[in-house]
Write a protein that binds this ligand. Sequence first.
Ligand SMILES: Cc1cc2nc3c(=O)[nH]c(=O)nc-3n(C[C@H](O)[C@H](O)[C@H](O)COP(=O)(O)O)c2cc1C
Length: 202
Amino acid sequence: MKKTVLLAALLTLGIALQGADTKLPLPAKKGGMTLNEALNARKTIRKYKADMLSMQQISQLFWSAFGVNRADGKRTAPTARNCQEITLYMLTAKGAWAYAAKENKMIRVSTKDLRSSAGRFAAPIYIVIVSNNKLSGSTARALHYAAMDVGYVSQNIYLAAAAMKLGTCAIGSIPKPAVLAKELKLTQSEKVFLTHSVGIPK
Ligand SMILES: Cc1cc2nc3c(=O)[nH]c(=O)nc-3n(C[C@H](O)[C@H](O)[C@H](O)COP(=O)(O)O)c2cc1C
């Protein structure tokens, strides 16, 4: 009986991540590891098990990274002048999704496995952090701010991963940013700044 329930759950996860738009479960906004414990556990981990993360873990990870945490639409990471110029993408073996924070859902943008363009580690998930200089303004100062904004999101990913006992690595040496830009259908104003591999530590 337990096996049947487990199989059904795995199938649901597989099917959920194959659909065009995937509604995410609500992230937990209370409980979990304390901030001090998460800061103490934060580190870069580059080796992961092949296991896929659960939808709850995915939801928690993306909400922590750059989800909506207030009624006025503001986010878990600050952005200079509240430009909110960052978009997050999730890459898995089954394709790529854009994180729609307000709707708490994933929107499918590709059916290809783009993970090897985002990083060299074997990971079930990559997060791609994209910034849009049309929203932030393309002056040198705006680009400087955009890079700092990406940093807050990256640290949120690190702390969320630590709190969920997941492993992650920020990756600046992105193997194929141009492939990501093409396959994620980024506009001229959008640029891949950083990626994160994420998985259950080996
Ligand atoms: C902006 C940024 C870019 C990074 N790029 C890479 C990378 O391309 N490859 C990699 O293996 N680690 C990368 N790292 C991870 C660092 O090597 C790691 O944070 C550092 O060694 C300190 O380890 P710790 O995170 O465990 O404290 C990057 C970290 C940051 C913040």
